[in-house]
Design a protein around this ligand. Structure first.
Ligand SMILES: Cc1ncc(COP(=O)(O)O)c(C=O)c1O
Length: 513
């Protein structure tokens, strides 16, 4: 029997590498849910008997969702079995009609771009602050939101990502006030911050350097719709997520309809049961496992901060940009300005190289490799021993590195590409494939991005500039997972662009005399 997927999973498990990646349960179910059923098939049913309906909850599912709303302080919470992806698409669909304008952070997730395309929306982008020293996006400054809502008063909503993949938390409280002043709703993609609710009340109990505060959940800071992936930072199964809503700026009936529209009509009760177990258990563990995690984070942040070459990213790196906060459970290690001695001399160390060394030589699997950094996600499932082994690996690698200046993975995010048409419109045009080098000045018909995190160099409808192409080529050189570019032959890269009808090709119309 051929079972490549199962075999792949078994192989991954037996390799024994340690997961500094999602899902947040880290496959250590017994330590978190000792009473959870071991065989998921035994609770895998459909909507029968008194088991209620996710699409029209009136019984046990409604009760569970009401309990979630109470815990999170929302007016209504929705269980999501198709990930934060479906929640984000539902949120945007509930506040925008076809062809409307929406203001979104440029570092938005794919799901945001997808719903913009589906609804034929006009997108106005806000660039997050670009941290030049780290070559990394920071938070969204309240001033940039103010400017965008003033310039686009007809926009139907503002959507931001907070925290970012790299742990930067924007000033949601200030931003929500600015957005509400213009009578617009604020949607926060808090996919990476589902743990904020449970960490924020242990803030006063520990004080330590480099750990000033614990970011608060956006739904308690004035956001109108907040979408969280439970599976990223909490012990829930992959795809389990939740959407919270506050009444006032959101049409509840439309939100009900769209949350339903984007979810499977056969929602998994296994997922729903783990969402419920996760929320109840996390609520119980506020002063238990979360306190332990917080202490581990404090202790190990101090130790990682002593590395000579590898830099542990923290809130101080972003303080000068705006009033942003930081998720200290996120361990981002920057190797910008690091080099390594090889047979060919000293070479720059990229994020991918560090991730590869950590995986192959130390069995430490990172969540993500950026151009010059790696991201590790810590959760309540991580033990002291796990932190200790990561520290040991980092200390050993750090000793092999040296200070070395190099041109980092320069994706020039200091300005937005020129937009010639909206995303949906580009999707309706004929396209042609051209070599990347010949694409300067052409309109892209695809998204071109590095995954993860999926922030586009260009979206369909935007112009591929010289700088943009240089950034794409650099990302390819750095071994990053670039989507929207195909390779063929001797390293030749191709992209799809909108087929332009040049004036000279148009039939000449004869003037009537
Ligand atoms: C910022 C952000 N938003 C949303 C999502 C989608 O979350 P999910 O995987 O739960 O659908 C992701 C996934 O990586 C993400 O990084």
């Amino acid at each position: 029997m051929e079972q490549p997927i199962l075999n792949g999973l078994i192989q991954y498990n037996t390799e024994g590498s340690y997961p500094w990646h999602m899902p947040g349960h880290k496959r250590r179910l017994n330590t978190i849910f000792p009473d959870m059923v071991e065989n998921p098939f035994s609770i895998d049913v459909t909507e029968v008997g008194d088991l209620d309906e996710l699409h029209d909850p009136k019984g046990i599912i409604l009760k569970a969702e009401e309990r979630a709303a109470k815990i999170y302080g929302s007016d209504k919470s929705y269980y999501l079995v198709n990930g934060a992806t479906c929640g984000i698409m539902a949120a945007v669909s509930a506040v925008c009609n076809h062809g409307d304008t929406i203001i979104v952070a440029r570092n938005s997730h794919k799901s945001v771009y997808n719903v913009i395309r589906l609804l034929g929306l006009k997108a106005v982008y806000i660039l997050p602050e670009w941290n030049d020293e780290l070559c990394m996006f920071g938070g969204i400054s309240p001033d940039s939101v103010k400017k965008a809502v003033k310039e686009h008063p007809h926009a139907k909503a503002v959507l931001i990502v907070s925290p970012t993949y790299e742990g930067v938390v924007s000033d949601v409280e200030k931003i929500s006030k600015i957005v509400h002043k213009e009578k617009m709703p604020l949607i926060v993609d808090e996919a990476h911050g589902a743990h904020f609710e449970y960490m924020s009340n242990v803030v006063e109990t520990i004080s330590a350097t480099n750990y000033k505060n614990v970011a608060k959940p956006a739904i308690r800071l004035g956001a109108d719709i907040v979408v969280e992936s439970l599976h990223k930072t909490l012990p829930a199964m992959t795809q389990c997520a939740i959407l919270h809503m506050k009444k006032g700026y959101v049409n509840e009936k439309k939100l009900d309809e769209f949350v339903s529209l984007y979810q499977s009509t056969s929602p998994s009760y296994v997922f729903m049961a783990t969402i419920e177990a996760c929320i109840e258990k996390m609520d119980f563990e506020r002063d238990g496992k979360f306190l332990v995690l917080k202490q581990l984070v404090v202790d190990y942040r101090k130790k990682f901060a002593e590395l000579a070459n590898i830099h542990l990213v923290g809130g101080d790196d972003f303080k000068k940009y705006s009033n942003s906060d930081y998720d200290y459970t996120r361990f981002v290690f920057s190797v910008k300005n690091c080099g390594m001695e090889t047979e060919d001399g000293v070479v720059p160390v990229t994020g991918q190289m560090l991730a590869d060394i950590l995986e192959k030589e130390y069995g430490q699997m990172m969540e993500m490799a950026g151009g010059n950094y790696v991201v590790a996600i810590s959760t309540i499932a991580d033990s002291k021993e796990a932190f200790e082994s990561l520290l040991l690996a980092m200390e050993t690698i750090d000793k092999q590195l040296m200070n070395y200046s190099y041109e980092a993975d320069t994706i020039l995010y200091d300005s937005l590409p020129e937009k010639r048409m909206e995303i949906y419109e580009a999707g309706t045009k004929a396209e042609i494939r051209v070599p990347l080098d010949d694409a300067v000045g052409r309109v892209s018909s695809d998204f071109i991005f590095v995954y993860p995190p999926g922030i586009p160099f260009v979206t369909p409808g935007e112009v591929l500039s010289k700088d943009c192409i240089r950034g794409i080529k650099r990302a390819i050189e750095f071994g990053r997972n670039v989507k929207g570019v195909t390779s063929e032959g001797a390293n030749k890269n191709y992209v799809n662009v909108v087929k332009e009808i040049r004036n000279s090709w148009l039939p000449i119309r004869k003037k009537r005399i």
